[in-house]
Write a protein that binds this ligand. Sequence first.
Ligand SMILES: NC(=O)c1ccc[n+]([C@@H]2O[C@H](COP(=O)([O-])OP(=O)(O)OC[C@H]3O[C@@H](n4cnc5c(N)ncnc54)[C@H](O)[C@@H]3O)[C@@H](O)[C@H]2O)c1
Length: 352
Amino acid sequence: MRNGKLGFGILGCGVIAPTHVKAIHACAEAELVAVCDIDEPKGRAFAAANGNVSFHANAGDLVKDPHVDVVCICTPSGLHADGAIAAAAAGKHVFCEKPLDIARDRMSRMIDAVDKAGVKMGCVFQSRTAPDSARVRQAVTDGALGKMTLADAFLKDYRSRAYYRSAGWRGTWALDGGGALMNQGVHGVDLLLWLLNDDVDRVFARTDHKVRDIEVEDTSVACLQFAGGAFGTIIGTTSCNPGEVRRIELHGDIGTITVRGSTITRWALADAPDARAKDLDLAQKRIEDGTTGDNKAITSQGHEFLVADLVAAIQQNREPFITGRSARKAVDLILGIYESARTGTDVALPRS
Ligand SMILES: NC(=O)c1ccc[n+]([C@@H]2O[C@H](COP(=O)([O-])OP(=O)(O)OC[C@H]3O[C@@H](n4cnc5c(N)ncnc54)[C@H](O)[C@@H]3O)[C@@H](O)[C@H]2O)c1
């Protein structure tokens, strides 16, 4: 902490790192003080381009830097636990990119490490921060749609062959942990679970790599049984051309809410239990295409919200908006989907 500001250090200076820099700059009580990358020329160039902050060639040195209070985990997904555990062990707070990690035992160990060290870990799922997301979750939780019947996520992105070649870890089991679902679709899987405010009990799924030459899936379909009784489906792909804006549809016996991108596009409610639901007037809003077709087309608003929230959580000694336990649910479900597709069986999800 210097001049009343928490010092942030970024671990991994790739595609998502500039979004973290913007979010840190947008927070009056945060400052970027250091970066780290195993690719030394890349990391040094990133440090130079961002205020000549300190550069460290390995995570051990970054977490030991006395000016670093919070470590942003921006490494490939299958390395998130290593960075988070090292940071927590050094007494540093953690700001972790999605997905939390790609394996259950690794996620458990990082959550335990943070708890044991008494530090905070804020997790990134920026779609939750959109104002419409909070409205939908509140309405569903309050029972506005009645008895929930269906909760569906249509996650149809486009990623080119060049995208999968753009970094060695992309599209690999070892470091991406999966494909269309674990990397891109995880945002929509998390949002579906969060909006419905429910957990999945069982899943049956099919996955395949239909057109991309990758070991993980580029296309998947899954049937869900929620603990609260609703059914649901998740369709996830990176091989739709040109891709569709993400759509989530929530249905109860007296109403429907549809969210496209981060915007509510339908809100229909019945006046009486057996009446037909009528559409409410929604002010026409622009629907953001987001990262449907381009992994670099990301805005920093969500990250700004989450950095400011983590800083407040540290100052007020409260839980961050997205905790590790909450962030792991999407990964636990995706791992269940993969297991079902691999074994051809209906899979019960663990309660974490
Ligand atoms: N929230 C979002 O919308 C969003 C968008 C893009 C990426 N991400 C997530 O961010 C993470 C990084 O993705 P990316 O697209 O920036 O990847 P990237 O390949 O562009 O960058 C990763 C960087 O980490 C560095 N690195 C690898 N191992 C390291 C280690 N042990 N120590 C230090 N540095 C190391 C690499 O050299 C590289 O510069 C992934 O988990 C991804 O899922 C999130």
